[in-house]
Design a binder for this molecule. Sequence first.
Ligand code: PEP
Ligand code: MG
Length: 634
Amino acid sequence: MTDGDRDDGPAGRGHRPAPSERSGTHAAETHGRRELEGTAASPGVGIGRAYVIDPRHIHVARREIKQDEIRGEIDRFRAGVQSTHTQLEAIKNRLPHGEHRQILAAQQLMLRDPDLAARVESMIGQDGISAEWAVDRVADEIRETLSRADEEYFRERGSDIVFLAERVLVHMSGEDDGEFQPPPGSVIVAHDLSPADTAELARAGVVGIVTGVGGQTSHSAIMARSLEIPAVVGVDGILDTVQSDDAIVVDAIRGVVIVRPHADELERWQTERDRYEVFEDRVQREHGLPAIARDGTHIVLRANVALDAEISSALFHGAEGIGLYRTEYVFMDRDVPPTEDEHYRHAKAVLRRVAPYPVLFRTFDLGSDKPTRLFKFDEREHNPAMGLRSLRLALRERDTFLCQLRGLLRAAVHGPLRIMLPLVSGVSELRRAMDAVAEAKVQLEEAGLAHAQDVPIGIMVEMPSAAIVADVLAKHVDFMSIGTNDLIQYTLAIDRTNDEVGYLYRPLHPAIVRLIHRVSLAGKAAGISVSLCGEMAADPRYTWVLVGLGVRELSMHPSAIPVIKNIIRGSSLPEMEALARDVLDAEDVDEAEAMVLEVMQARFPEHLLHGGGQRLTHEQNTSASAIGGGEAEG
Ligand code: PEP
Ligand code: MG
């Protein structure tokens, strides 16, 4: 945000009317058909008329105040927070149960954060500035810090703060904060949408959402997924291309938006939308059934979850438990680490919701790439992926680690909880972590607190070193889970967050395939389970190879589960093993990819097209649809 009059920033309450309704300002330069690319954030195809929401123009009074005005400004700020809270409450109460409500509840909590309020109020008092200016500055500072994070998730939380600040500013200004009323069948087009706006719009029978910014983990993307509205986000230049009432197609399978499509094309899109809906319907119908292959092999499909808000989606999509609960988010945005009781209560609540299925809690996987204020990192740490992160940090910050372990061990009394240690490099490091687990138990005994004795302890295999010595590690743990996101990063020496080398991120590289095979064999020999919880598990192209290599549990983001399940239910183990054998024999990644794509496209063309995993490139999609007519079992 800028000081002074504001003329940019996320979308707010102003609907930009269609030309016929408009007095003339700020029309997009539009003529014929335009096609723009973005990120598919909530799958599906939406076809309708654009309803454009203009960026809001908020006046931020950059005013210095006198000593005797301080009290009044603080009161105005508090009243603005209170009305925003009440407004969010009203929106939340109009929603059905589920994760969308929890996202709004989380926003209310953020709004009520005493640290945030204290920062604004001390700025008003000490710097002698208006309440608006203080809110704007605090929001800006937080957004600025979070925007430097490597992970999209943290950058997105910066947008949440900006949205909240905007609502507070609107309430303080007394401007109209009226609700949008798009006609049913509209496609919403905006710079960005807050979760509250997204929730309100969903009620209005919106058929698609397009935003100029945002990524997969923005709250509006999560919201759109949970409300099942097709959404493409991060579409550069969308507001300059479209105006209200334009016909628009949201292809949230490929991540493309077509503005003012040709008439004949529109018909094809309608067919595409119907095909998608039939496919979705087919895979969703199986959501209560287990992923059992035709020969009877049961593959356990679980969900990866980072926010409690995602649990309902995991259950809805038929997850048999949580295969990776990323607990680092419990540590975010705070100055003191969570207490043992907080860990306990949180884990217990998660277990209750997921029962009777298990939850694998991964102990904190923080590092200097994730903006936590809790730990001090060396500023010269130029290579955080190889630096003080994850289990290494936990072993250095032993008290914080012990505290989390105690909370988890206590919660395990209430359900099937498993503890998973991230980024284990080898047996010595594992021993140090196991010593901490033993010490946490002793501490609980001394304190006389009930806890489970036999909690399964497992490791993530996400370093090449761990994969290479998996046979030894397997003797000391109860389960192993392969984290391909990091395993690929470290094995192929490519920074997973660097787009410049993204083209090298190829999961079927023979080195990766052999490491996965090695870990699976080690697990089998030791009689322990081996799962895989990297993004690779969510990609329909790789299902046969992974199962064929011996992996019997896959954990993925919830929306990918139905498609992967449908593939497994339509396949048999011998054919999956045959493909895995061929891939193991491949000499290079090109050869491996070609053979996998040929088989999977022939058998599951629609799954590859509509899969919930890593998106295929446009060319791959096009060739997948061109093959068409394959034998896609249901
Ligand atoms: C992985 O590395 O594959 C993994 C699942 O962990 P994260 O993505 O959280 O690093
Ligand atoms: Mg990892």
